[in-house]
Design a protein around this ligand. Structure first.
Ligand code: UDP
Ligand code: MG
Length: 321
């Protein structure tokens, strides 16, 4: 029977994990597959790991991975996918915003020959108008700037075939904009539509500051357009300065040079100073990213591992891999 691993990153999800697993297990029961679940505890500070251990003690299909600290969702996902040894893997959030009931549809598309089956939400219930607006603006910007189109209104909820999984594993960059990476690997991709429901319990870890950072991450890791923008701004400013210079020169030659022009001088200096700082900032953004990348640090460390199928054994510490 083909094997399927469901990877679930969880950060402070103790409140919802029990309910999540129940719903997931009910779905897995109906699948004509050999399915197991891998929970990745991303350094939670509540009882998430204890809940995972309890679940793993009860259900032999349930395994767990505990990271040494909070590395962020993208790293937690990577850890889970690295440890998923199956013919296909499904990535799903623990907060029940992604309905586990959609998994059979993802599997059906996979069995029809697709490598990446992503779930696209057709409604964003429970999200504010501002969040919808910013999300839409982000996707539009990405579409303009990047060569890799990132599908709209698509989270990380998706299924990956074995070869997609193997491809993704080779991308070890630190700047992990997962939606972009999933799209970048190519292969046969398709979408399945669903209605997104509001969070069941707990609250979103994504405030606007983190979302802004994610957006910058997405843009800088898939496009160098901001660098080009600096070039074009510089060029335009230089052209304007040249024309303005000619005009000042001509005026001085025709009408002499009574010392005027303090306001225009100030405006020009301040404007150019601002543009220069901005361009430096853009360059710095990319430089900082190459610096982080060049250190080649591992993306995460595993503190404890509990493979599926160890239902009655006590949890044991595993060396980092
Ligand atoms: N998550 C994680 N590490 C983090 C933040 C989030 O593993 O540092 C997990 C979280 O437990 C959940 C999923 O990533 O399963 C999505 O997180 P969240 O619901 O906060 O994001 P949103 O749905 O608002 O995009
Ligand atoms: Mg969520």
């Amino acid at each position: 029977m083909p094997q399927l691993t469901v990877v679930v990153p969880a950060y402070n999800e103790a409140a919802v994990l029990e309910a999540f697993h129940q719903r997931l297990a009910a779905v897995l029961d109906t699948l004509p597959l050999d399915a197991d679940v891998l929970y990745v505890d991303d350094g939670s500070r509540d009882g998430t790991w204890a809940v995972i251990a309890t679940l793993a003690g009860r259900d032999p299909r349930c395994g767990g991975l505990k990271l040494s600290r909070n590395f962020g969702k993208e790293a937690a996902l990577t850890a889970g996918l690295d440890h998923a040894d199956a013919d296909a893997a499904v990535v799903i959030d623990a907060d029940l915003q992604d309905p586990p009931e959609l998994i059979p549809e993802l599997v059906a598309q996979w069995q029809a020959g697709h490598d990446v089956v992503y779930a696209t939400r057709s409604a964003r219930a429970g999200e504010s108008g501002l969040k919808r607006l910013t999300a839409a603006a982000f996707y539009r910007t990405m579409e303009r700037l990047s060569d890799t189109p990132v599908p709209r209104d698509t989270g990380d909820f998706r299924l990956l075939s074995r070869r997609a999984l193997d491809a993704l594993r080779q991308l070890r960059e630190r700047q992990r904009f997962m939606k972009g990476l999933f799209a970048w690997i190519g292969y046969r991709q398709t979408a399945v539509h669903y209605q997104r429901t509001p969070r069941q319990a707990g609250r979103s870890k994504w405030n606007y500051w983190r979302l802004t950072q994610l957006a910058i991450e997405g843009i800088t890791s898939f496009s160098t357009a901001p660098l080009k923008l600096a070039t074009w701004t510089g060029l335009a400013a230089a052209l304007l300065a040249f024309v303005y210079g000619l005009w000042v020169l001509g005026k001085a030659m025709l009408y002499g040079d009574p010392v005027h022009g303090y306001p225009s001088l100030m405006v020009v200096i301040l404007f150019l100073g601002g543009v220069q700082l901005l361009a430096l900032g853009v360059i710095g953004e990319y430089l900082g990213r190459s610096y982080a990348e060049s250190k080649q640090r591992p993306l995460y460390f595993v503190e404890e591992r509990r493979p599926a199928g160890t239902a009655s054994r006590p949890s044991h510490a595993a060396a980092l891999d």
